[in-house]
Design a protein around this ligand. Structure first.
Ligand SMILES: Cc1cc2nc3c(=O)[nH]c(=O)nc-3n(C[C@H](O)[C@H](O)[C@H](O)COP(=O)(O)O)c2cc1C
Length: 192
C-alpha cells in the first residue's frame, strides 16, 4: 500500500516538473514561436552586409523565413558614388525595380522589415518593397542599422508606406552590432 502511494506521489511530482519545464520553454521562446500557428517572415535590404547580419540573427532566433530584397540594377560599389546616387534618389522619391517577389506573402501574419539608413530614412529598395506589396492587416516589426546617426525617420516613414499595417517597436543597431547584440535581440523579441 505504502509502495503504491509512493509511486502515485512520484508520478504526480514527475508530471508537475514536466509541466513546469513545458511552460517555461513556452515563455522563453522568442517572438517566432510565441506566435504559434502564425507565419513570420524577415525581409531586409542590405548594401554592405550589416543589415543582413542582423536579419539573420533575428531569423535564427525566431525560426522565421528569410527574404533578401535585391535591386535589378546593382548600386555602385564605390562609397562616394552610392552616397551621391542615394541622395538624388531620395530627392526624387525614386524607387528601384526589385529582382524577386516574396512567394505567398499572403501566408505571413508578421513581417520583420530591415533596412540600412540611407540619408536619414530607409533605403529606396525598402520603399519599393513596401509600395509594391500589400501588407495591410499584417504586423510589421521594423529594424535598422545605421552609421552613427540613429534610425532617424526610417520607422515613421515605413508607417507611411504601410498605413494599414500594425507596427511594433523597432530595433536600432549601430553598424553590424557588437558582442551583446544577440542578447539585445532576445530582449527585444521578448518585449514585443
Ligand atoms: C548611401 C548611404 C547613405 C547613408 N546614410 C546614413 C545616414 O543618413 N545616417 C547614418 O547613420 N548612416 C548612414 N549610412 C550608413 C549606413 O546606414 C550603415 O553603415 C548601415 O549599417 C549599412 O547597412 P548595410 O551594410 O546593411 O548596407 C549611409 C550609408 C550609405 C551607403
Amino acid at each position: 500500500m505504502f509502495m503504491k502511494n509512493l509511486s502515485i506521489i512520484i508520478a504526480v511530482i514527475a508530471l508537475a516538473i514536466s509541466g513546469v519545464i513545458f511552460f517555461t520553454r513556452q515563455s522563453v521562446n522568442a517572438e517566432g514561436n510565441k506566435m504559434n500557428n502564425q507565419k513570420t517572415l524577415v525581409v531586409y535590404y542590405s548594401y554592405s552586409g550589416n543589415t543582413e547580419i542582423i536579419a539573420k540573427k533575428i531569423q535564427s532566433q525566431t525560426g522565421a523565413d528569410l527574404f533578401k530584397i535585391e535591386t535589378v540594377k546593382p548600386y555602385p560599389t564605390g562609397y562616394n558614388e552610392v552616397v551621391e546616387q542615394a541622395k538624388q534618389e531620395k530627392a526624387s522619391s525614386y524607387m528601384p525595380e526589385l529582382k524577386q517577389k516574396v512567394a505567398n506573402l499572403q501566408d505571413y501574419d508578421t513581417v520583420f522589415v530591415g533596412t540600412p539608413i540611407w540619408w536619414y530614412t530607409m533605403a529606396p529598395a525598402v520603399k519599393s518593397f513596401l509600395s509594391e506589396n500589400n501588407l495591410s492587416g499584417k504586423t510589421i516589426i521594423p529594424f535598422c542599422t545605421h552609421g552613427g546617426g540613429g534610425c532617424s525617420a526610417a520607422f515613421s516613414d515605413m508607417e507611411k508606406f504601410a498605413p494599414d499595417s500594425k507596427f511594433k517597436k523597432g530595433l536600432v543597431i549601430y553598424e553590424k552590432g557588437n558582442s551583446s547584440t544577440d542578447e539585445e535581440i532576445t530582449r527585444w523579441l521578448k518585449s514585443l
